[in-house]
Design a binder for this molecule. Structure first.
Ligand SMILES: Nc1nc2c(ncn2[C@@H]2O[C@H](COP(=O)(O)OP(=O)(O)OP(=O)(O)O)[C@@H](O)[C@H]2O)c(=O)[nH]1
Length: 261
């Protein structure tokens, strides 16, 4: 069975879901806001003649860096790619990508947010915008920029002032309840990736239940099941990005057509 394939099984009817509070309290000390879902503090990006920007967010350890590495393997020889990583206190994720040798190190920039990851991708996006600009100046023109958020909770979303599309990555390791819990990351991301399907039998996670709950939460928005261990180029996610890139490039052509570096 392909890792992104779910065999629907007989799933018992689900009880009505009570949505979690939109603005759960937590104890971070850095000033930041928890706007209502759908409220974006920044206007959408001006689009003409620039790379497609895709944000990759999700809880700690769900596989965001592993997905970025997989997409680098998929695209390094196909597109002009840049990557921006976010960590709170280190450059850990960028260092991992450089060590993995999946992309020219000059095409990777690290942002040390020093604050809640969601602050740096939604409220105070200046450091990430600067990092994208620096990449474009140093190694541009670029076709695609991946911006990886630090690990955060289910409320984290990217501002449309920073990215054009957002992927939210959750995993099955904590059981099959995460899609049911909702939150803007699960409900509103352009693509939901449910990663580590290879671990489902070990943790007793029912992928059909996750599929059902994701559909209930997301309506027509797509969800892909993935095991990066089983598919190191994340084929289905790479195909989704190719589709989005073709759409973006058709609307906003680059001076140099999309292609390898
Ligand atoms: N079994 C299995 N492990 C995976 C898979 N994808 C990622 N992992 C492992 O999960 C762990 C966390 O992966 P990361 O990519 O570092 O997760 P992350 O979301 O970037 O983590 P933070 O940056 O700390 O939030 C690593 O040990 C990965 O090797 C998968 O599909 N299957």
């Amino acid at each position: 069975m392909r890792p992104d394939t779910v065999v629907p099984s007989a799933v018992p009817a689900v009880e009505p879901i009570t949505p979690p509070p939109a603005t759960p309290p937590h104890d971070e000390t850095v000033p930041h806001t928890h706007p209502e879902p759908g409220v974006d503090p920044h206007p959408p990006l001006a689009r003409a003649g620039r790379a497609l920007r895709v944000g990759i967010g999700g809880p700690v350890g769900s596989g965001k860096t592993a997905l970025v590495a997989a997409l680098c393997r998929a695209f390094a020889d196909e597109l002009r790619l840049g990557v921006v990583t976010n960590d709170i206190y280190t450059t850990e994720d960028a260092d991992f990508l450089r060590r993995a040798g999946v992309l020219d190190p000059a095409r990777i920039r690290a942002v040390e947010t020093g604050c809640c990851p969601h602050t740096a991708i939604r409220d105070d996006i200046g450091a990430n915008l600067d990092a994208v600009d620096e990449l474009a100046e140093a190694v541009g023109p670029l076709d695609l920029v991946l911006v990886e958020s630090g690990g955060d909770n289910l409320t984290a979303t990217f501002s449309r002032g920073l990215v054009d599309r957002q992927i939210f990555v959750v995993d099955v390791a904590g059981g099959d309840k995460v899609p049911r819990k909702g939150g803007p990351g699960v409900t509103a991301a352009d693509l939901l990736v449910i990663n580590k399907t290879d671990l489902a039998p070990m943790v007793g996670a029912d992928l059909a239940v996750m599929d059902r709950d994701a559909r209930a939460r997301r309506g027509d928005l797509p969800t892909l099941f993935l095991s990066i261990v089983g598919d190191p180029t994340a084929t289905s996610v790479a195909d989704w990005i190719r589709h989005e890139l073709a759409h973006h490039a058709a609307l906003h052509p680059l001076a140099v057509p999309v292609g390898p570096a």
